[in-house]
Design a protein around this ligand. Structure first.
Ligand code: G3P
Length: 219
């Protein structure tokens, strides 16, 4: 399973990349706003800075919601770096745009997926990734993980090459469950990725090893 980080924070991206387990980055307009990145030039420079840190797929989201606008923005984003994946919302014109980019060999990530039908449509249009939002479904008392399972079954039934990129992943349990049900990719905040490191028995075990070493070495 690939690990992407879901942030536009360069320090966190670098920390995750330096850990050696990062395969890519996802951003969205809310995450850019959180880092106070605004204005076309700043946004473009920020994507370039991310591409300089991480050797892997970097999702850059279009703002336009009409077909022509999405094509123009997507082409400009894709021209920035070969690792840019054009992130397109799950709307009617978005599906058309995904089909267009797929024909041009430009990678796409269809975002804001909340049903298996939406995922199927995006896969039919040739999306490289579909992003079902696990946490936001959980927030409204729907089972986000069930959606990942359902999409996995459908994609496997027909051999779709579109990858399931579980998004709105917020904690280590989400990450583990995604791994159990066969998500291709998870994108999560750094805190959720780092939380996988923790176990109290690891901490107490290491403390004991070090104390015993000190004793036997007469330190
Ligand atoms: O990748 C989508 C993600 O940024 C949304 O996460 O926590 O706002 O639902 P969240």
């Amino acid at each position: 399973m690939k690990f992407f980080i879901d942030t536009a924070n360069l320090a966190e991206i670098k920390e995750a990349y330096d850990l050696g387990v990062l395969d890519g980055v996802t951003t969205n307009p809310s995450l850019m706003a959180k880092e106070n990145i605004s204005g076309q030039e700043n946004v473009i420079n920020h994507y370039k800075a991310i591409c300089d840190i991480v050797d892997g797929d970097i999702s850059a989201e279009v703002i336009a919601t009409d077909y022509e606008g999405m094509i123009a923005e997507g082409l400009a984003l894709a021209a920035l770096h070969p690792n840019i994946v054009v992130k397109i919302p799950m709307i009617k014109d978005g599906i058309k745009a995904i089909k267009y980019f797929s024909g041009k060999g430009i990678k796409t990530n269809c975002t804001l997926i909340f049903s298996a039908g939406q995922a199927l449509l995006a896969a039919k249009a040739g999306a490289t990734y579909v992003s079902p939002f696990v946490g936001r479904l959980d927030d409204i008392s729907m089972d986000g993980m069930k959606l990942i399972e359902q999409i996995r079954l459908i994609f496997d039934n027909y051999g779709f090459e579109t990858e399931i990129l579980a998004a709105s992943v917020r904690n280590p349990i989400h990450i583990l469950k995604c791994a159990e049900v066969g998500s291709d990719v998870i994108t999560a905040p750094l805190s959720a990725i780092l939380a996988l490191l923790n176990h109290p028995l690891t901490d107490s075990g290491l403390a004991k090893f070090l104390a015993d070493h000190k004793k036997s070495a007469g330190l």
